[in-house]
Structure formats: structure tokens, C-alpha cells
Design a protein around this ligand. Structure first.
Ligand SMILES: [Zn+2]
Length: 178
């Protein structure tokens, strides 16, 4: 399977449940490339993952993305494309209380995307519970069928035993011995 990357992964109706519930944000741990600005060097920091649950990293673009906005941004309206399509990579402005990452988390779109994800997850949990219920019910039905089959087999045995006692066609050798 090709490695997932937030720059190329398209979220749609068909795969949203799989991506949100099973795959989750794309957070590779690699030796992040260093870029320079003047005499200083900057790069993506893996500790930012811990600070922002939504943060993703694209190896292809050496850029940060937002998992929540990528999954739900198109559903909540205007999107800050930096974190959903092009990727954010101005590392020297990324961190801190007034950094770009913290600022993104305060945008209306991001807050709505977070809400949508919460709702989506809890809806899917309900479906999971329903599926478990259906599985339980069908198990019970299987058990019922098994019980019925056991009774049928028992009945056949009873008939055979009865016929055998009566010395009928089920024991043709008995006829021959006479
Ligand atoms: Zn976001």
C-alpha cells in the first residue's frame, strides 16, 4: 500500500468513515528537513503533534496540514486552504501562543470542523452499537436453528428406532433370515 500523505489523500463521502474512524491523522516521525532563514534554521517539530491533536505532516510537501479541516472543511464552508490543500510550512512562525498553528485552531472553520468530527464519531459509534446488536440477534437466530436441527435429527432417530423395532423394510436381512 502506498504511504498516505495529507497532500494527496482526498477525503470524500465514500472514504470519510474509514479515514476518520480507522486511519486517523497522518503523523510520520521522520528526520524532518531543515530550512534556513538568514542565519537560523527551522524545521517541523514532532512535539507539535502533542500540542495539536489535529496536526498532520506531509512528507511530499514538507508541510503541515489539519486533519479535521481536511476531513470536514468542505462541509462547513469557507476553508483556510493553507491547512487543507497547499500545506503550511513557514516553520519560524509556527509555534507559540500567537503562532500560526495556534491561530489556525482558533479559526471559525477549524472550530466547526472539530464539532463536525465529534458528531461524526458519535454517530458512527451509534451505528457500531447497532451493528453489534444485529450480530447478537443473528447469533441467537443461529442458535435457534441449531436447536431446531437437533430436534429434527432426534425425531429421525426416533422414527428409525421405531421402524427397526417393528422389523420392517429397514431390516431386510431379518426377512431373509427367516
Ligand atoms: Zn483545522
Amino acid at each position: 500500500m502506498e504511504a498516505r500523505d495529507p497532500f494527496t489523500e482526498i477525503v470524500n463521502e465514500a472514504n470519510r468513515a474509514l479515514i476518520v474512524n480507522n486511519l486517523g491523522p497522518i503523523r510520520p516521525l521522520i528526520e524532518f528537513p531543515v530550512s534556513t532563514s538568514g542565519k537560523r534554521t527551522f524545521k517541523f517539530q514532532s512535539r507539535w503533534y502533542d500540542l495539536h491533536s489535529w496536526l498532520e505532516y506531509s512528507v511530499l510537501k514538507d508541510a503541515a496540514f489539519c486533519f479535521n479541516c481536511r476531513c470536514f472543511g468542505t462541509l462547513v464552508g469557507s476553508s483556510e486552504e493553507t491547512f487543507t490543500k497547499t500545506g503550511f510550512r513557514t516553520w519560524k512562525k509556527a509555534s507559540g501562543e500567537s503562532g500560526k498553528l495556534a491561530n489556525h485552531a482558533k479559526t471559525q472553520m477549524h472550530i466547526l470542523s472539530m464539532e463536525r468530527m465529534q458528531n461524526f464519531k458519535s454517530e458512527n459509534q451509534h451505528i457500531d452499537v447497532q451493528l453489534v446488536g444485529i450480530a447478537e440477534a443473528s447469533k441467537t437466530r443461529k442458535e435457534q436453528e441449531r436447536e431446531e436441527n437437533r430436534q429434527i435429527v432426534q425425531t429421525i432417530f426416533d422414527v428409525v428406532r421405531h421402524l427397526a423395532k417393528q422389523n420392517t423394510a429397514f431390516r431386510p436381512w431379518a426377512q431373509r433370515d427367516k
